[in-house]
Ligand binder design. Structure first.
Ligand SMILES: Nc1ncnc2c1ncn2[C@@H]1O[C@H](COP(=O)(O)OP(=O)(O)O)[C@@H](O)[C@H]1O
Ligand SMILES: [Mg+2]
Length: 292
């Protein structure tokens, strides 16, 4: 599915022919087929697009990111990135729940390490690293060590390091889930701002419905066991969402209610309530009264 006529942006990259990421009928199981993680998943991501994968834990979100990154191969169907089988490398950068920085290197040296992999040396490398730190608001902390930074600051360094390789696709696996609510909100806004400037395609995994709506142009809702697509929804919110209280807009409210409706249906159709409860802690629908 192509998303078609998005707003023309002067910062946009030249159009690629065909989608940047394409999944067709993708299935993957583990433990010699005993655990079917995902089944028959098909979607595209265009260059420059911000797409979220949302669903309860265990529905295969991380598996999907690893398939797109080329860390694992599909059992069924096809995964293509820029028309080719993906391989881990500089085209794709992954950001995890914790930043996984090298504790013995200062912040700027962590970034420089990523730039060295790209072949940058000396002064150019240092200046590039400082510019990247500037883009996540951490220029003043260049010489600090990771343990001297808060969790939110460490995640900013992780993001700067991921952007250092100038990836075509940024894959983010619940990157803000371990942070406090205020830091999370700040980082979401910063991520959106960075994305709107750079137009790196983002595939963002979360189990937070509001986070997905706030950030994305499209939300792909997954259902569990095995992970399948429940629905793909377009988010028609203004692009500069970091400047306003997007959650108060009617479109936001409508989408949130719609997605929660779908999740309540998942529960009714037999997904275990307890598990959905831990995956979506805030708004679990009440259980139906016992029948017998
Ligand atoms: N390496 C693995 N070995 C065995 N089972 C796995 C492995 N990776 C994932 N799974 C299983 O696949 C399903 C999907 O996992 P995952 O992709 O991690 O879900 P999510 O990220 O949505 O929580 C789960 O049932 C999980 O236990
Ligand atoms: Mg996961």
């Amino acid at each position: 599915m192509r998303t078609g006529d998005g707003p023309a942006s002067s910062g946009a990259r030249p159009p690629v022919t065909g989608p940047l990421i394409s999944l067709r009928g993708v299935g993957k199981s583990f433990k010699d087929g005993q655990v079917q993680a995902i089944s028959d998943i098909s979607f595209d991501v265009e260059g420059g697009e911000f797409v979220s994968l949302v669903g309860p834990s265990g529905c295969g979100k991380t598996t999907l990111l690893r398939l797109i990154d080329g860390l694992i191969r599909a059992d069924e169907g096809e995964v293509l990135v820029a028309g080719k089988e993906p391989r881990p490398g500089p085209d794709l950068a992954m950001v995890f729940q914790s930043a996984r920085l090298m504790p013995w290197r200062s912040v700027v040296r962590n970034i420089e390490f990523a730039l060295a992999v790209r072949g940058l040396r000396g002064r150019e490398r240092h200046e590039r690293a400082m510019a990247l730190l500037g883009s996540v608001g951490l220029r003043d902390f260049a010489n600090a060590y990771p343990h001297e930074l808060s969790g939110g600051m460490q995640q900013r360094v992780g993001l700067a390091r991921a952007l250092a390789v100038e990836p075509k696709v940024l894959l983010m696996d619940e990157p803000f889930a371990a942070l406090d609510a205020m830091t999370r909100e700040t980082l979401r806004r910063e991520l959106l701002l960075l994305w709107s400037r750079r137009r790196t395609a983002v595939v963002f995994v979360t189990h937070d419905i509001e986070e997905a709506i706030f950030l994305s142009q499209r939300v792909i809702l997954l259902r569990p066991r095995p992970g399948r697509i429940d629905e793909i929804v377009e988010v028609r919110l203004p692009e500069r969402r970091w400047e306003l209280d997007a959650r108060a807009l009617p479109e936001f409210v409508r989408l949130r209610e719609h997605l929660w409706d779908r999740i309540r249906n998942m529960v009714r159709e037999g997904a275990e309530l307890e598990e959905l409860g831990t995956a979506f802690p805030d708004a679990v629908p009440p259980p139906d009264p016992p029948r017998s």
